[in-house]
Design a protein around this ligand. Structure first.
Ligand code: FE2
Length: 191
């Protein structure tokens, strides 16, 4: 049986800059995210021009929520004060729990630094419930190959299941709040 719900809101992103001059599109963030709990912010970054991303996001702190980075093209190097270091590749997801506090940097990977090229991805901030705000910081990285993909019965929809479930396929990442975070690719004629 299908369940139909009404679309409550749709948003058009606005040009913004963050980190060391990274140009991005902010779909929501700050005061305009109050209706979207537990989501705090959604940014898309995507450019062929190294000048738009080369500054990256040098060392900075987070606390009390989670940062989720979904990379589509290019690579991003993550390093944090806990000693985690990872090169986030195309199709990979980094789910970082800031919890009680974390200091990290997110910089273009070595080949983008050297040769330029296209970088494209999303960063989504997910709030933590009050009881988990001071939880120990943590870091999970799932390369593309480890992220479940679901297909609709008609074969026309493919879903990368980052969090939650779709078409009976459950995500590999567990979340503090039950949420869906998915990349849907829908072909014409799909239902
Ligand atoms: Fe960050």
């Amino acid at each position: 049986m299908s369940t139909y719900r009404t679309l409550l809101d749709s948003r058009v992103g606005q040009p913004a800059a963050d980190g060391d001059g990274v140009r991005l599109t902010r779909v929501f963030g700050g005061a305009d995210a109050r209706q979207l709990d537990p989501f705090l912010m959604l940014d898309e970054f995507g450019s062929d021009e190294a000048a738009d991303y080369i500054g990256g996001f040098p060392s900075h702190p987070h606390r009390g929520f989670e940062t989720v980075t979904y990379m589509l093209e290019g690579r991003m190097l993550h390093e944090d004060h806990l000693g985690n270091r990872g090169l986030l590749g195309p199709g990979g997801v980094q789910w970082m729990t800031a919890g009680a506090g974390i200091v990290h940097s997110e910089m273009p990977g070595p080949s983008l630094q050297r040769d330029g090229g296209r970088a494209h991805g999303f960063q989504i901030w997910v709030n933590l419930p009050a009881k988990n705000k001071r939880t120990a910081p943590g870091y999970q990285y799932l390369p593309k190959a480890d992220i479940p993909v679901a297909t609709s019965p008609d074969g026309l929809i493919e879903v990368t299941v980052i969090a939650g479930a779709a078409f009976g396929v459950r995500a590999a990442i567990g979340t503090h709040t039950p949420i869906w975070l998915q990349d849907w690719r829908v072909k014409p004629g799909a239902s």
